[in-house]
Unconditional design. Structure first.
Length: 269
């Protein structure tokens, strides 16, 4: 399972069910809710109104019923899936890609081992729809987002979630890269290209700029708490977790440790 959500108190599940979000974007919510996946994985189907081709982003975990729901939805619209793309390789986003590829004969595109067929600035097309690849590493080294210009929206995978904050987990996650990615998304919101966020987990975010600002402030505050714990003599990551995440259920402390290790690396510890 992906280490998507920062180990902190979460809003209750069940408030998000997916569905038709805009004239170009439909979310099929996978039934895999949990502390690290919120309401479940958002599988996004992108296509132009009346179009005959669809792009699927993040097919979710390997579950025959879920991937079949994606196919049935697209087929009911008189269309076919022509591309399957991944925001990153965590299994709750990517594991179902081979099954969906078999069902649709569509290619799978991603960054990372076995793929590396998505690059920053690439434009993916499906009939009259265009989606631009935006490199946003940090949550993982292979994380990318997708700008849907027709809706002024950005599909962010786990880089920005619909609720709570995401994890930057050691060793693959890198905080410096993540902070740079937040700045890049902030710039996209500033020039008007991106107004809303379609995340990999949780509800859509209508005010992308406000959410990114929240993430930037949260990350600085969390980093300062880690820095303070180290200054107070915490000898290792376990001790930092015990200090910084004292009010969080111990069941998520192992995930918190990965986040702390990434922050300690950023601080040069």
């Amino acid at each position: 399972m992906s280490a998507a959500v920062a180990p902190e108190p979460s809003a209750p599940f069940g408030q998000w069910a997916g569905g038709q979000i805009s004239s170009h974007a439909h979310c099929i919510l996978q039934g895999n809710p949990g502390p690290m996946t919120l309401d479940g994985t958002n599988t996004w189907v992108l296509m132009a109104p009346g179009g005959t081709e669809a792009i699927v982003i993040d097919p979710g975990e390997d579950e025959a019923a879920h991937q079949q729901r994606v196919v049935d939805h697209v087929t009911a619209l008189g269309a076919r899936v022509t591309r399957i793309v991944l925001t990153h390789g965590h299994l709750d986003h990517s594991e179902g890609a081979p099954r969906l590829a078999r069902l649709t004969s569509a290619p799978v595109q991603a960054v990372g081992p076995g793929h590396d067929d998505l690059a920053d600035g690439d434009v993916l097309t499906a009939a009259d729809l265009e989606v631009r690849v935006v490199a946003t590493p940090g949550h993982t080294s292979d994380s990318v987002s997708f700008a849907l210009a027709a809706d002024h929206a950005l599909l962010t995978g786990d880089t920005v979630l619909g609720r709570g904050t995401t994890m930057v987990a050691h060793p693959d996650g890198e905080l410096a890269a993540y902070l740079d990615s937040l700045e890049r998304i902030k710039a996209l919101t500033g020039d008007g290209e991106v107004a809303s966020i379609l995340p990999g987990h949780g509800p859509t975010v209508p005010d992308a700029a406000a959410m990114v600002d929240f993430y930037r402030v949260h990350r600085r505050e969390r980093l300062e708490k880690v820095r303070a714990a180290m200054a107070d003599g915490a000898p290792d990551a376990d001790a930092v977790v015990a200090s910084v995440y004292a009010d969080v259920d111990r069941s998520v402390w192992p995930a918190a440790k990965l986040s702390v290790l990434a922050q300690m690396r950023y601080l040069g510890a």
